[in-house]
Design a protein around this ligand. Sequence first.
Ligand SMILES: [Zn+2]
Length: 204
Amino acid sequence: MRLGVGVNIMAKINKVAKILEDSGAYKEGHFVLTSGRHSLQYVDKFMFLSRPKFVVEIAKMIKKRINKSSIDYDVIVGPTQGGSILAYELARQTGRKYFIAEKTVEGRVIKRGGEIREGTRFLIIDDIYTTGKSIDETIKAVEEFGGEVSTIFVIIDRSNKDFKDKLKEGCLYTYSGTASWMYWLYGMDLEDFEEKDCPVCKGK
Ligand SMILES: [Zn+2]
């Protein structure tokens, strides 16, 4: 699924790809990422996160997957900003409570919404998995809050990591000695380049 054909073709078979297309979140062109790398595609996640009808639809897909796989959890948590928006909607649809993993200078912390009992199982939800930093920080925040991570859901996996296999239903995710199962709704291969290797800059 390299280059621009990806989303357009996938939109016919994957509901998340369709949301990316319908919301205008998927863009093609020439982009300089915050990492400094250059890319020919870009996902502007707030194009779908800012429209409740898409957030409702995404949460519905996750709820369906939770039911299908009989996933066991007590509460939901999402890292700011996108993850917390999704956490709210999933909590609304499932009748569970949700927490927000807020960003601090040293990582993330859960500090609002009251106490939990020891061992409460958290389902983490986030929008796009790229480097895994916000997921790792959220796992740490859950543990520091006294909870356990049961499952991780990401809407889009664009990590290009070895464990990514679009045919798989999920994978084991380990961070600092904790292993949990991670699911994603849509795996994307988005290429990025060093400036010197960027096909657009090279053609100038
Ligand atoms: Zn370039």
